[in-house]
Design a protein. Structure first.
Ligand code: NAD
Ligand code: IPM
Ligand code: MN
Length: 357
Protein backbone atom coordinates (compact mmCIF):
# COMPACT_ATOMS: atom_id res chain seq x y z
CA UNK A 1 0.00 0.00 0.00
CA UNK A 2 1.19 3.50 -0.79
CA UNK A 3 2.48 5.73 1.98
CA UNK A 4 0.63 9.01 1.70
CA UNK A 5 2.93 12.00 2.11
CA UNK A 6 1.61 15.56 2.41
CA UNK A 7 4.05 18.02 0.87
CA UNK A 8 4.10 21.65 2.00
CA UNK A 9 7.00 23.62 0.52
CA UNK A 10 6.20 26.92 2.29
CA UNK A 11 8.20 30.03 1.49
CA UNK A 12 11.52 31.21 0.07
CA UNK A 13 14.12 28.50 -0.30
CA UNK A 14 11.56 26.01 1.04
CA UNK A 15 10.16 25.98 -2.50
CA UNK A 16 13.66 25.51 -3.95
CA UNK A 17 14.93 22.67 -1.77
CA UNK A 18 11.65 20.75 -1.73
CA UNK A 19 11.96 19.47 -5.35
CA UNK A 20 15.40 18.09 -4.48
CA UNK A 21 14.00 16.40 -1.37
CA UNK A 22 11.35 14.75 -3.53
CA UNK A 23 13.84 13.82 -6.24
CA UNK A 24 15.97 12.02 -3.65
CA UNK A 25 12.97 10.30 -2.08
CA UNK A 26 11.73 9.15 -5.47
CA UNK A 27 15.16 7.73 -6.24
CA UNK A 28 15.15 5.81 -2.93
CA UNK A 29 11.56 4.69 -3.46
CA UNK A 30 12.41 3.30 -6.87
CA UNK A 31 15.53 1.50 -5.70
CA UNK A 32 13.92 -0.06 -2.63
CA UNK A 33 10.48 -0.61 -4.06
CA UNK A 34 8.68 1.74 -1.73
CA UNK A 35 5.34 3.13 -2.77
CA UNK A 36 5.23 6.85 -1.91
CA UNK A 37 2.24 8.98 -2.94
CA UNK A 38 2.90 12.70 -2.65
CA UNK A 39 0.08 15.25 -2.34
CA UNK A 40 1.09 18.90 -2.52
CA UNK A 41 -0.64 21.63 -0.51
CA UNK A 42 -0.35 25.36 -1.12
CA UNK A 43 -1.37 26.36 2.39
CA UNK A 44 1.16 26.94 5.16
CA UNK A 45 2.90 29.69 3.16
CA UNK A 46 2.86 33.48 3.32
CA UNK A 47 1.43 33.72 -0.22
CA UNK A 48 -1.51 31.61 0.94
CA UNK A 49 -1.92 34.07 3.82
CA UNK A 50 -1.93 37.06 1.48
CA UNK A 51 -4.66 35.42 -0.62
CA UNK A 52 -6.81 34.03 2.23
CA UNK A 53 -6.05 36.09 5.34
CA UNK A 54 -4.89 32.98 7.21
CA UNK A 55 -2.02 30.52 6.97
CA UNK A 56 -4.18 27.40 6.93
CA UNK A 57 -7.74 26.55 5.87
CA UNK A 58 -10.15 25.91 8.76
CA UNK A 59 -10.25 22.18 8.02
CA UNK A 60 -6.46 21.69 7.77
CA UNK A 61 -6.45 19.17 10.61
CA UNK A 62 -9.05 17.00 8.87
CA UNK A 63 -7.23 17.33 5.54
CA UNK A 64 -3.85 16.27 6.94
CA UNK A 65 -4.53 13.88 9.79
CA UNK A 66 -4.88 10.81 7.57
CA UNK A 67 -1.46 11.21 5.95
CA UNK A 68 1.40 8.93 6.95
CA UNK A 69 3.83 11.86 7.16
CA UNK A 70 4.19 15.54 6.38
CA UNK A 71 7.20 16.71 4.38
CA UNK A 72 7.74 20.42 4.99
CA UNK A 73 10.12 22.98 3.47
CA UNK A 74 10.35 26.24 5.42
CA UNK A 75 7.88 28.94 6.33
CA UNK A 76 8.17 32.64 6.94
CA UNK A 77 8.61 35.82 4.92
CA UNK A 78 8.70 38.69 7.40
CA UNK A 79 8.28 41.40 4.75
CA UNK A 80 4.91 39.90 3.79
CA UNK A 81 3.59 38.52 7.08
CA UNK A 82 4.97 39.05 10.61
CA UNK A 83 6.85 35.93 11.69
CA UNK A 84 4.81 35.27 14.81
CA UNK A 85 1.66 35.19 12.69
CA UNK A 86 3.03 32.97 9.93
CA UNK A 87 4.77 30.54 12.28
CA UNK A 88 2.09 30.33 14.96
CA UNK A 89 -0.45 29.97 12.19
CA UNK A 90 1.24 26.98 10.56
CA UNK A 91 4.30 25.02 11.69
CA UNK A 92 3.72 25.51 15.41
CA UNK A 93 0.10 24.39 15.00
CA UNK A 94 1.22 21.21 13.25
CA UNK A 95 3.68 20.44 16.04
CA UNK A 96 1.11 21.09 18.77
CA UNK A 97 -2.11 19.76 17.28
CA UNK A 98 -0.43 16.62 15.94
CA UNK A 99 1.34 16.23 19.31
CA UNK A 100 4.77 15.99 17.69
CA UNK A 101 6.43 16.32 21.04
CA UNK A 102 9.89 15.18 19.95
CA UNK A 103 12.02 17.34 17.71
CA UNK A 104 14.98 15.17 16.79
CA UNK A 105 17.90 17.03 15.23
CA UNK A 106 21.15 15.26 14.36
CA UNK A 107 24.40 17.28 14.27
CA UNK A 108 27.13 15.51 12.40
CA UNK A 109 30.35 16.76 10.86
CA UNK A 110 30.28 15.17 7.43
CA UNK A 111 33.30 14.05 5.44
CA UNK A 112 34.57 16.73 3.08
CA UNK A 113 33.07 19.59 5.08
CA UNK A 114 35.26 22.00 6.96
CA UNK A 115 34.11 22.80 10.46
CA UNK A 116 34.54 26.43 11.49
CA UNK A 117 36.03 24.98 14.69
CA UNK A 118 39.76 24.58 14.24
CA UNK A 119 41.09 21.07 13.90
CA UNK A 120 37.74 19.24 14.08
CA UNK A 121 37.39 16.14 11.91
CA UNK A 122 34.40 13.93 11.08
CA UNK A 123 33.79 11.78 14.15
CA UNK A 124 34.55 14.68 16.50
CA UNK A 125 31.03 16.05 16.12
CA UNK A 126 28.27 13.48 16.06
CA UNK A 127 25.37 14.01 18.42
CA UNK A 128 21.62 14.47 18.58
CA UNK A 129 19.69 17.38 19.97
CA UNK A 130 16.38 16.14 21.35
CA UNK A 131 14.15 19.18 21.68
CA UNK A 132 10.88 19.32 23.59
CA UNK A 133 8.46 20.44 20.89
CA UNK A 134 5.00 21.23 22.24
CA UNK A 135 5.28 23.27 25.43
CA UNK A 136 7.99 25.05 27.47
CA UNK A 137 8.80 28.61 26.47
CA UNK A 138 6.66 28.32 23.32
CA UNK A 139 3.42 28.85 25.18
CA UNK A 140 0.22 30.69 24.46
CA UNK A 141 -0.28 31.49 28.14
CA UNK A 142 0.18 35.21 28.64
CA UNK A 143 -1.08 38.52 27.44
CA UNK A 144 -0.80 42.27 27.39
CA UNK A 145 -2.08 44.77 29.90
CA UNK A 146 -2.38 48.54 29.80
CA UNK A 147 -1.54 48.38 26.12
CA UNK A 148 -0.35 51.63 24.59
CA UNK A 149 0.27 53.28 27.95
CA UNK A 150 3.42 53.78 29.94
CA UNK A 151 2.22 51.04 32.28
CA UNK A 152 2.24 48.51 29.43
CA UNK A 153 3.06 44.95 30.55
CA UNK A 154 3.59 41.89 28.40
CA UNK A 155 3.77 38.44 29.86
CA UNK A 156 4.35 34.94 28.45
CA UNK A 157 4.57 31.96 30.75
CA UNK A 158 6.77 28.89 30.39
CA UNK A 159 4.69 25.76 30.69
CA UNK A 160 6.17 22.45 31.83
CA UNK A 161 3.86 19.55 32.50
CA UNK A 162 5.10 16.35 34.13
CA UNK A 163 3.84 14.35 31.16
CA UNK A 164 5.44 16.78 28.73
CA UNK A 165 8.84 16.77 30.41
CA UNK A 166 8.94 13.07 31.18
CA UNK A 167 8.04 11.94 27.68
CA UNK A 168 10.81 13.93 26.01
CA UNK A 169 13.33 12.82 28.63
CA UNK A 170 12.32 9.19 28.18
CA UNK A 171 12.78 9.49 24.42
CA UNK A 172 16.24 11.01 24.93
CA UNK A 173 17.33 8.36 27.46
CA UNK A 174 16.06 5.60 25.16
CA UNK A 175 17.98 7.15 22.27
CA UNK A 176 21.15 7.38 24.38
CA UNK A 177 20.79 3.65 25.09
CA UNK A 178 21.00 2.87 21.39
CA UNK A 179 24.28 4.80 21.04
CA UNK A 180 27.72 3.33 21.77
CA UNK A 181 28.70 6.09 24.20
CA UNK A 182 25.46 5.97 26.17
CA UNK A 183 25.72 9.55 27.27
CA UNK A 184 23.04 12.13 27.91
CA UNK A 185 23.48 15.86 28.52
CA UNK A 186 20.65 17.96 29.86
CA UNK A 187 20.39 21.68 29.06
CA UNK A 188 19.23 23.68 32.04
CA UNK A 189 19.25 27.14 33.57
CA UNK A 190 18.18 26.30 37.07
CA UNK A 191 20.48 28.91 38.60
CA UNK A 192 18.48 31.80 37.17
CA UNK A 193 15.08 30.45 36.18
CA UNK A 194 14.04 29.28 39.57
CA UNK A 195 10.81 27.29 39.16
CA UNK A 196 10.60 25.59 35.78
CA UNK A 197 14.27 24.75 35.32
CA UNK A 198 14.82 23.17 38.77
CA UNK A 199 11.70 21.14 37.96
CA UNK A 200 13.30 20.01 34.68
CA UNK A 201 16.46 19.00 36.60
CA UNK A 202 14.37 17.06 39.14
CA UNK A 203 12.65 15.10 36.40
CA UNK A 204 16.02 14.34 34.76
CA UNK A 205 17.39 13.04 38.08
CA UNK A 206 14.27 10.95 38.61
CA UNK A 207 14.39 9.46 35.12
CA UNK A 208 18.13 8.77 35.38
CA UNK A 209 17.40 6.26 38.17
CA UNK A 210 15.71 4.07 35.57
CA UNK A 211 18.75 4.22 33.28
CA UNK A 212 21.77 3.26 35.41
CA UNK A 213 23.77 2.46 32.27
CA UNK A 214 23.52 6.03 30.93
CA UNK A 215 26.12 8.62 31.93
CA UNK A 216 24.17 11.80 32.65
CA UNK A 217 25.47 15.31 32.95
CA UNK A 218 23.93 18.76 32.81
CA UNK A 219 25.08 22.25 31.92
CA UNK A 220 23.46 25.63 32.22
CA UNK A 221 22.57 26.78 28.74
CA UNK A 222 25.09 29.62 28.72
CA UNK A 223 28.14 27.44 29.29
CA UNK A 224 26.57 24.66 27.23
CA UNK A 225 26.63 26.88 24.14
CA UNK A 226 30.28 27.65 24.88
CA UNK A 227 31.04 23.95 25.21
CA UNK A 228 29.36 23.19 21.89
CA UNK A 229 32.07 25.35 20.35
CA UNK A 230 34.98 24.39 22.62
CA UNK A 231 34.28 20.68 23.15
CA UNK A 232 31.73 19.39 20.64
CA UNK A 233 33.22 15.92 21.07
CA UNK A 234 31.78 15.75 24.61
CA UNK A 235 28.22 15.35 23.36
CA UNK A 236 26.18 12.34 22.36
CA UNK A 237 22.49 13.03 23.12
CA UNK A 238 21.59 16.52 24.31
CA UNK A 239 18.08 17.08 25.62
CA UNK A 240 16.56 20.50 26.15
CA UNK A 241 13.38 22.51 26.51
CA UNK A 242 11.71 23.94 23.44
CA UNK A 243 13.71 27.20 23.34
CA UNK A 244 17.03 25.76 24.47
CA UNK A 245 16.65 22.95 21.94
CA UNK A 246 15.91 25.51 19.24
CA UNK A 247 19.07 27.46 19.96
CA UNK A 248 21.29 24.39 20.28
CA UNK A 249 20.00 22.97 17.02
CA UNK A 250 21.21 25.98 15.02
CA UNK A 251 24.50 26.21 16.90
CA UNK A 252 25.27 22.48 16.57
CA UNK A 253 24.87 22.39 12.77
CA UNK A 254 26.78 25.68 12.44
CA UNK A 255 29.69 23.88 14.15
CA UNK A 256 29.39 21.21 11.46
CA UNK A 257 29.96 23.81 8.73
CA UNK A 258 26.52 25.01 7.67
CA UNK A 259 22.95 24.97 8.89
CA UNK A 260 22.01 24.13 5.29
CA UNK A 261 22.55 20.41 5.85
CA UNK A 262 20.71 20.00 9.15
CA UNK A 263 17.55 17.88 9.17
CA UNK A 264 14.80 17.46 11.71
CA UNK A 265 12.04 15.05 12.59
CA UNK A 266 9.03 16.36 14.50
CA UNK A 267 7.75 13.09 15.85
CA UNK A 268 4.54 11.87 17.39
CA UNK A 269 6.04 8.60 18.60
CA UNK A 270 2.71 6.89 19.24
CA UNK A 271 1.71 7.33 15.59
CA UNK A 272 -1.67 8.75 16.59
CA UNK A 273 -0.96 11.66 14.26
CA UNK A 274 1.40 12.12 11.33
CA UNK A 275 4.97 13.19 12.07
CA UNK A 276 6.59 16.09 10.21
CA UNK A 277 10.00 16.17 8.55
CA UNK A 278 11.70 19.45 7.62
CA UNK A 279 15.13 21.03 7.46
CA UNK A 280 16.25 22.97 10.54
CA UNK A 281 16.84 26.13 8.50
CA UNK A 282 14.25 28.68 7.52
CA UNK A 283 13.16 30.31 4.28
CA UNK A 284 16.41 32.32 3.96
CA UNK A 285 15.02 35.46 2.25
CA UNK A 286 18.61 36.67 1.75
CA UNK A 287 19.36 33.93 -0.80
CA UNK A 288 15.86 32.97 -1.95
CA UNK A 289 15.15 33.06 -5.69
CA UNK A 290 18.75 32.41 -6.67
CA UNK A 291 18.66 28.62 -6.73
CA UNK A 292 21.76 28.37 -4.55
CA UNK A 293 20.37 26.98 -1.29
CA UNK A 294 21.87 23.78 0.02
CA UNK A 295 19.24 21.04 -0.41
CA UNK A 296 20.88 18.54 1.98
CA UNK A 297 18.81 19.56 5.03
CA UNK A 298 15.67 18.75 3.04
CA UNK A 299 17.06 15.52 1.58
CA UNK A 300 18.34 14.27 4.93
CA UNK A 301 14.92 15.09 6.45
CA UNK A 302 13.48 12.85 3.75
CA UNK A 303 15.82 10.09 4.93
CA UNK A 304 14.55 10.57 8.49
CA UNK A 305 11.02 10.26 7.13
CA UNK A 306 11.80 6.94 5.43
CA UNK A 307 13.40 5.68 8.64
CA UNK A 308 10.26 6.69 10.54
CA UNK A 309 8.14 4.80 8.00
CA UNK A 310 10.23 1.67 8.61
CA UNK A 311 12.68 1.78 5.71
CA UNK A 312 16.02 1.79 7.52
CA UNK A 313 18.09 0.55 4.58
CA UNK A 314 16.65 3.14 2.21
CA UNK A 315 17.25 5.87 4.80
CA UNK A 316 20.85 4.73 5.34
CA UNK A 317 21.40 4.71 1.58
CA UNK A 318 20.20 8.31 1.34
CA UNK A 319 22.55 9.45 4.11
CA UNK A 320 25.42 7.49 2.57
CA UNK A 321 24.73 9.17 -0.79
CA UNK A 322 24.95 12.57 0.92
CA UNK A 323 28.25 11.57 2.55
CA UNK A 324 29.66 10.21 -0.70
CA UNK A 325 28.87 13.34 -2.68
CA UNK A 326 30.31 15.52 0.08
CA UNK A 327 33.51 13.46 0.32
CA UNK A 328 33.98 13.61 -3.41
CA UNK A 329 34.02 17.39 -3.00
CA UNK A 330 33.36 18.35 -6.63
CA UNK A 331 33.23 22.13 -6.41
CA UNK A 332 31.00 22.32 -9.52
CA UNK A 333 28.41 20.26 -7.63
CA UNK A 334 28.55 21.63 -4.07
CA UNK A 335 26.67 24.76 -3.01
CA UNK A 336 28.37 27.97 -1.89
CA UNK A 337 27.71 27.52 1.85
CA UNK A 338 30.05 24.50 1.76
CA UNK A 339 32.62 26.10 -0.47
CA UNK A 340 31.34 25.03 -3.90
CA UNK A 341 30.39 26.80 -7.10
CA UNK A 342 27.34 24.66 -7.83
CA UNK A 343 23.71 25.17 -6.93
CA UNK A 344 20.62 23.54 -5.45
CA UNK A 345 19.98 21.54 -8.61
CA UNK A 346 23.54 20.30 -9.15
CA UNK A 347 23.83 19.05 -5.58
CA UNK A 348 20.32 17.58 -5.52
CA UNK A 349 20.88 15.74 -8.80
CA UNK A 350 24.25 14.36 -7.74
CA UNK A 351 22.78 12.96 -4.53
CA UNK A 352 19.75 11.46 -6.30
CA UNK A 353 22.07 9.78 -8.78
CA UNK A 354 24.05 8.21 -5.96
CA UNK A 355 20.88 6.99 -4.31
CA UNK A 356 19.80 5.31 -7.56
CA UNK A 357 23.04 3.28 -7.29
P1 NAD B 1 17.26 31.03 8.03
O1 NAD B 1 17.56 29.66 8.49
O2 NAD B 1 16.20 31.16 7.02
O3 NAD B 1 18.60 31.71 7.47
C1 NAD B 1 19.72 31.96 8.29
C2 NAD B 1 20.98 32.09 7.43
O4 NAD B 1 21.37 30.78 6.97
C3 NAD B 1 20.79 32.95 6.18
O5 NAD B 1 21.95 33.69 5.92
C4 NAD B 1 20.55 31.93 5.09
O6 NAD B 1 20.93 32.35 3.82
C5 NAD B 1 21.40 30.75 5.55
N1 NAD B 1 20.80 29.49 5.11
C6 NAD B 1 19.67 28.91 5.63
N2 NAD B 1 19.39 27.79 4.97
C7 NAD B 1 20.33 27.62 4.02
C8 NAD B 1 20.57 26.65 3.02
N3 NAD B 1 19.75 25.59 2.87
N4 NAD B 1 21.64 26.81 2.21
C9 NAD B 1 22.48 27.85 2.37
N5 NAD B 1 22.31 28.81 3.29
C10 NAD B 1 21.24 28.70 4.12
O7 NAD B 1 16.89 31.88 9.36
P2 NAD B 1 16.30 33.35 9.52
O8 NAD B 1 16.96 34.27 8.55
O9 NAD B 1 16.35 33.61 10.95
O10 NAD B 1 14.77 33.22 9.13
C11 NAD B 1 14.22 33.53 7.86
C12 NAD B 1 12.72 33.18 7.88
O11 NAD B 1 12.56 31.77 8.05
C13 NAD B 1 11.96 33.82 9.02
O12 NAD B 1 10.66 34.07 8.56
C14 NAD B 1 11.95 32.73 10.09
O13 NAD B 1 10.90 32.87 11.01
C15 NAD B 1 11.76 31.52 9.22
N6 NAD B 1 12.23 30.25 9.81
C16 NAD B 1 11.47 29.16 9.53
C17 NAD B 1 11.88 27.91 9.96
C18 NAD B 1 11.06 26.71 9.65
O14 NAD B 1 10.21 26.75 8.79
N7 NAD B 1 11.27 25.60 10.31
C19 NAD B 1 13.09 27.79 10.65
C20 NAD B 1 13.86 28.93 10.90
C21 NAD B 1 13.42 30.17 10.46
C1 IPM C 1 12.84 25.88 14.00
C2 IPM C 1 12.41 27.32 13.81
C3 IPM C 1 11.06 27.57 14.46
C4 IPM C 1 11.16 27.29 15.94
C5 IPM C 1 10.52 28.99 14.23
C6 IPM C 1 10.53 29.35 12.80
C7 IPM C 1 9.20 29.20 14.89
O1 IPM C 1 13.38 28.19 14.30
O2 IPM C 1 12.14 24.99 13.52
O3 IPM C 1 13.88 25.67 14.62
O4 IPM C 1 11.54 28.18 16.72
O5 IPM C 1 10.86 26.18 16.32
MN1 MN D 1 15.19 27.21 14.96
Amino acid sequence: MAHRIAVIAGDGIGTEVMPEGIRALEAAAQRFNIDLAFTTFEFGSCDYYLAHGKMLPDDWFEQLKGFDALFYGAVGWPDKVPDHISLWGSLLQFRRQFDQYINLRPCKLMPGIKSPLAGREPGDIDFYVVRENTEGEYSSVGGKMFEGTEREIVLQETVMSRVGVDRVLKYAFDLAQTRPRKKLTSATKSNGISITMPYWDERVAEMAKQYPDIAVDKFHIDILTANFVLHPDWFDVVVGSNLFGDILSDLGPACTGTIGIAPSANINPEGTFPSLFEPVHGSAPDIAGKGIANPIGQIWSGAMMLEHLGYQEAADTMVKAIEDVLSEGDSQVLTGDIGGLGNTLSLGQAIAERIRG
